[in-house]
Design a protein around this ligand. Structure first.
Ligand code: ATP
Length: 332
């Protein structure tokens, strides 16, 4: 699959501050990549460079086959962008906003009107079409903003924090709409601070920190970075900790951690559900009484904390990513 978006060694400085520090990225056609990172990581700067709004100090990028620096005008006709900085005119109606975008793309009066109506319908804004945007809810504005990015039917779409500030219902709503677009073949680069959003929408996730991709992979690959499933077990009597440890040694994929004060054992396992069944059977056989037992799967939150928190150095140096080249591909 050819890449719809390629960035190589992007650097962007603001005075002393290095916003992008040699960032590499590629997004295969027809797929979704999420840039996941904390505030100030460089997500918006990346999107602004890729959408021709900002000229990088170094590096190169192509989007939809067009060099970002060489032919920004042509590029703009092949992409759609929406998000934090996108503009909808508060005083125009939803319909007028979309019609105006069509006119800006030289689509002609009739086609602009038709396309505006079609998109309003698709984004369930028909009832509000003739009301000024001023009175729209946050969710309605985001949908209109996204509709605006689609007027010219672009093959590549950039969404900068599409659901920031939305309530859970509106977020789910927008996710559905985005999934429909992707199913229809659009290549999508989205930025987000929400792990859940990256987990749900993205084929591939690039974790960004300090202007660099520090890890890249599918949600599952990234979760594997912080260790696989583990069983957490609390025994009734501290005396049985050692017996439990011995009984479960055969199931553990690595070292069993014991926290005597909490009467707790943490057992790294491979096939979590089966291991849970086996654990309970083993403990029953050895007559170890359990107070609590559960399967814990790493979330993207765990990944994020581990990558951008105090363990980041270890990961950036590639010690833990060496074992899986694909996952560690973005590490440097
Ligand atoms: P957020 O989630 O807060 O939007 P982000 O990951 O999108 O964060 P960027 O907006 O790309 O981060 O910012 C990267 C760094 O560059 C930040 O430290 C930010 O303060 C700085 N920065 C961005 N734009 C400018 C600017 N116009 N002038 C000076 N510094 C800037």
């Amino acid at each position: 699959m050819p890449d719809a978006i390629v960035a190589e060694g992007l650097v962007k400085r603001y005075g002393q501050l290095v916003a992008l520090d040699g960032l590499d990225l590629s997004v295969p056609e027809g797929t979704v990549t999420a840039l996941l990172g904390p505030n100030g990581a460089g997500k918006t700067t990346t999107v602004r460079v890729l959408t021709t709004l900002l000229i990088p100090d170094a590096g190169r990028a192509t989007v939809a086959g067009v060099d970002v620096l060489k032919d920004p005008q042509l590029l703009r006709s092949r992409i759609g962008a929406s998000g934090q900085y996108a503009a909808v005119d508060e005083y125009l109606t939803g319909f007028e906003n979309l019609e105006m975008v069509g006119r800006l793309y030289h689509m002609g009066v009739q086609r602009s009107k038709d396309r505006a109506r079609e998109l309003l319908e698709r984004f369930r804004l028909t009832d509000a079409a003739d009301r000024p945007v001023k009175g729209y809810s946050g969710g309605m504005r985001r949908r209109l903003d996204l509709a605006g990015a689609l007027v010219a039917n672009p093959p590549v779409l950039f969404l900068d924090e599409p659901t920031t500030g939305l309530d859970p219902r509106a977020r789910l709503d927008l996710w559905d709409v985005i999934e429909e677009l992707v199913a229809a073949g659009t290549t999508l680069l989205l930025t987000t601070q929400y792990m859940e959003e990256a987990d749900r929408l993205a084929d591939s996730i690039a974790v960004i920190d300090h202007g660099n991709v520090i890890a890249e992979g599918t949600a599952n690959e990234l979760k594997a970075l912080v260790g696989g499933d583990r069983i957490e077990l609390i025994v009734e009597h501290a005396d049985s900790l050692a017996i439990a440890q011995q009984a479960l040694e055969g199931l553990a994929q690595g070292e069993i951690r014991i926290e005597p004060g909490l009467r707790r054992l943490v057992i790294p396992v491979e096939d979590g559900s089966q291991a849970l069944v086996d654990t309970i059977a083993q403990l029953a056989k050895h007559e170890v009484r359990i107070q609590d037992v559960g399967l814990r799967r790493p979330s993207l939150d765990d990944v994020f904390l581990s990558l951008t928190g105090h363990e980041a150095d270890e990961l950036i140096n590639g010690k833990r990513t060496d074992s899986d080249e694909k996952v560690g591909g973005g590490a440097r």
